[in-house]
Design a protein around this ligand. Structure first.
Ligand code: AMP
Ligand code: ZN
Length: 460
């Protein structure tokens, strides 16, 4: 089967042809900046990337999936100034930058597990690859493509005739139209490769370099680590669509300088989850994370299902109503799946059509519509439906085979005995004791209801 993927670089849907027929498909995805928890918008992008990986695997490709952990160098402003996000996160929490990197990396891995996102084969931290980043900057310097200012080493984008092609940036127009002061930078689009530590100040994260003590710029970590683990030109590079004009344009400029490649053969971008008509972000608007959803009683896979309902190249507006509808729909699918016998065979025509949907630039919304068509089809046996959905779930990742209806929870003995105490107290008109028992029952999350022949205890 042919896989077609939308390549932002070419601005068209292209047939996927791997670079090597022997090596695994190289897939690099920009990971989290670990200065805070991921919000569910970030998680939408990781779900899209997981679906991509699963679609490649469904088509029998081995995949080498690399994700970076940005634990240094990402500044609050994309214009290479402002505070370092890690330093800001450390100040916010009263911990060190190293400590928060560990805390939020663990939280990120926990989020992936909740959403049944496959663990990347390689998870690489920027701070573990300082030497590789310095080598890449030296290669850029050797080509005369950077310059030094009082606060760092900058890439001179005017020396790269293709700079910004990915985003179809109008660099000349940007240069003239920009109102922001570019400081010592020669061009608005120039970006930091290395930033110097301020004089007389020890940063929590800093390293020696040929240019002076400091830390790497954000973009260099991705091109340096991606090429280390996947080679100078690999198959697919992903991220959210906000990365097109700056981060990914800069990665390509660096790779062009270091290796003479555009780093990746296909560039794919996930669209946004929006809240209140604006992009959900860590710094503004509603900050919803996986734990928020779990605390509100949602099964994490409901959020995965919710994301699958839309194509990855369309923005989704988040609403609790839509999440509730997804929860109901997933519940119906699980109930139906659970009710069928095992031992059936995959319905070939449905498998064929499912492949057509997902291989058409990961059309998960059509794939889910096909799932419902199969569920409702009376001429396919329950067992065959089950076998077919098990196959589809390799891509959907909804863990349908694992799910079981929750068993009716038994009321604990101590709650029953408290209810008995209350009833005895009422009989002897000891209202204070009766109230105390009722309150203790309520505090444990239960309620007691009087009935004709005694009482009944329920979860409140
Ligand atoms: P960050 O941790 O901010 O570097 O972002 C991690 C990933 O989430 C990147 O690929 C971003 O492009 C992506 N992203 C950021 N905001 C959103 C959003 N509201 N919806 C979907 N993806 C997002
Ligand atoms: Zn990146």
């Amino acid at each position: 089967m042919t896989i077609k993927l939308y390549d932002t670089y070419a601005r068209e849907t292209r047939e996927f042809i791997p670079i090597s027929s022997e090596e695994p498909v190289g897939l690099y995805c920009c990971g989290p900046t670990v200065y805070n928890y991921a919000h569910i918008g970030n998680l939408r992008t990781y779900i899209f990337e997981d679906v991509l990986r699963r679609v490649l695997e469904y088509n029998h490709y081995d995949v080498r999936h690399v994700v970076n952990i940005t634990d240094v160098g990402h500044l609050v402003s994309d214009a290479d100034d402002g505070e370092d996000k890690m330093a800001a996160g450390a100040a916010r929490t009263g911990k060190t930058a190293w400590e928060i990197a560990e805390i939020y990396t663990d939280a990120f891995l926990q989020d992936l597990a909740h959403l049944n996102i496959k663990t990347p084969d390689i998870l690489c931290k920027a701070t573990d690859h300082i030497a590789e980043q310095i080598t890449a900057i030296q290669q850029i310097e050797a080509k005369g493509l950077c310059y030094i200012t009082s606060d760092g080493v900058y890439f001179d984008t005017s020396k790269d005739p293709d700079y910004g092609y990915l985003a179809r940036l109008d660099t000349a127009g940007l240069q003239e139209g920009a109102r922001v002061d570019k400081g010592e930078k020669r061009n608005h689009t120039d970006f930091a490769l290395w930033k110097f530590s301020p004089a007389n100040e020890q940063r929590q994260m800093e390293w020696e370099s040929p240019w002076g003590k400091g830390f790497p710029g954000w973009h260099i970590e991705c091109s340096a680590m991606a090429s280390k683990y996947l080679g100078p030109l690999f198959d697919i590079h992903c991220g959210g669509k906000d990365h097109i004009p700056i981060h990914h344009s800069n990665e390509i400029a660096q790779a062009q300088a270091c290796y003479g490649t555009r780093l990746s053969n296909y560039w794919m971008h996930g669209y946004f989850l929006q809240s209140d008509k604006s992009k959900m972000s860590k710094s503004s608007g509603e900050f919803l994370r996986m734990e928020t959803l779990i605390d509100k009683g949602y099964d994490p896979l409901t959020y995965r299902f919710f994301c699958l309902l839309a194509h990855y190249r369309s923005d989704i507006a988040f609403s609790w109503e839509n999440l509730d509808s997804a929860a109901i729909a997933l519940g119906r699918l699980r109930d139906a799946f659970y009710s069928w016998e095992s031992g059936g065979t995959v319905a070939d025509d449905y498998a064929q059509r499912f492949g057509d949907c997902i291989n058409d630039d990961l059309n998960t919304s059509q794939a889910i519509a096909l799932v419902w068509e199969l569920v409702k089809n009376n001429s396919v046996s329950g067992a065959d439906k089950k076998a077919t959905l098990v196959k589809f779930d390799e891509v959907l990742g909804l863990q349908l085979s694992v799910w079981e209806p929750a068993a009716e929870e038994a009321i604990p003995d101590e709650i029953i005995s408290l209810a008995q105490t209350r009833q005895n107290a009422r009989k002897s008109k000891d209202w204070d004791a009766a109230d105390a028992a009722r309150n203790a029952i309520a505090a444990a999350g239960y309620e007691v209801v009087d009935t004709a022949d005694g009482f009944e205890v329920k979860k409140s």
